[in-house]
Design a protein around this ligand. Sequence first.
Ligand code: DAH
Length: 344
Amino acid sequence: MKSQLENIYKAATADLESASNLNDIEEIRTKYLSRKGEFNSIKKGLKDLSDEEKRVVGALANEISANLEKAIKEKYDIFYRKEMDEKLKKDRIDITLDGAYVPSGKIHPITSTINEIVEIFQNLGFSVLPNVLSPEVETEYYNFDMLNFPPDHPAKDMQDTYYTKLAPNTILRSQTSCAQIRAMEDSKPPIRVVVPGRVYRNETVNARKNNFFHQIEGLYVDKGITFGDLKGVLNEFIRIYFGAARPTRFRSSFFPFTEPSAEVDVQCIMCQGKGCRTCSGTGWLEILGAGMVDTNVLKNVGVDPEVYSGFAFGMGVERLAMLKYAIDDIRLFFNNDRRFLAQF
Ligand code: DAH
């Protein structure tokens, strides 16, 4: 058995000697050292030997296979380096070639407008209402009833609002004002929050209207809040957002959930108030609705109107982005045309 082992070693060394590439080396490794290789079949014969012989022959077998393994590895490394060198020479990379263009992603202009507006209000002391308190799938109860809409209000019509089949009276919210109710149910005054979110209306889509868009709702309820506070906060917002004091006007208006109510216009940035197509010749553009929270709304959520008062506002994000960037078609925001989006 000893001479058998030595013969195998000799044969293997001769094979190694004549090997000329990595493939040959792999074959030799399999032939001699794998589980079905020649060494293993010898080692299997060990069990028929006496204990003394087992020890001697076993040790020799281990020594020889270890030597062989070492020799194979040395040869392997030599061939590996050689083949790698050849490959590197052959596959030379031309580092002067232009790379493939990978367009980078950008923050959507509506998202960045929301972030910008929210940050302005945060700096004025408002916090952002948690998302769980402003779901897009709402109930008529929050979207209309609690906000003091009469049961037969036209906004409740299917023509204007999307109803869902999820459960009776569930809708896609038509305004973020529902979050006013949720905020006041969730915590006691003082409350000073803004709520950004998407709203849906059953509209015919055109350059000025989309059937979904974004609003930012604001609510400030505390003792002694007045219409003067509302004007102060909104004027300050407009000054910061547009970067300079722009002429604004508060027009009296009506909303079921505020009394008194106002709509706020800023001077048209396209024509500086002279009158153009964008402002339908008026020189003014409406950017938000606002007012003092109606006493009925306060009572609905258990806030005593004798003690507390508040103001609320709701602004259209697309409208504000269009004014700032002089965009004349709301649909551009949602077509996902990269040529448009890449400009922001
Ligand atoms: N929810 C109103 C709308 O979508 C906007 C609005 C008006 C919000 C007055 C308010 C408000 O909070 O006080 O047309």
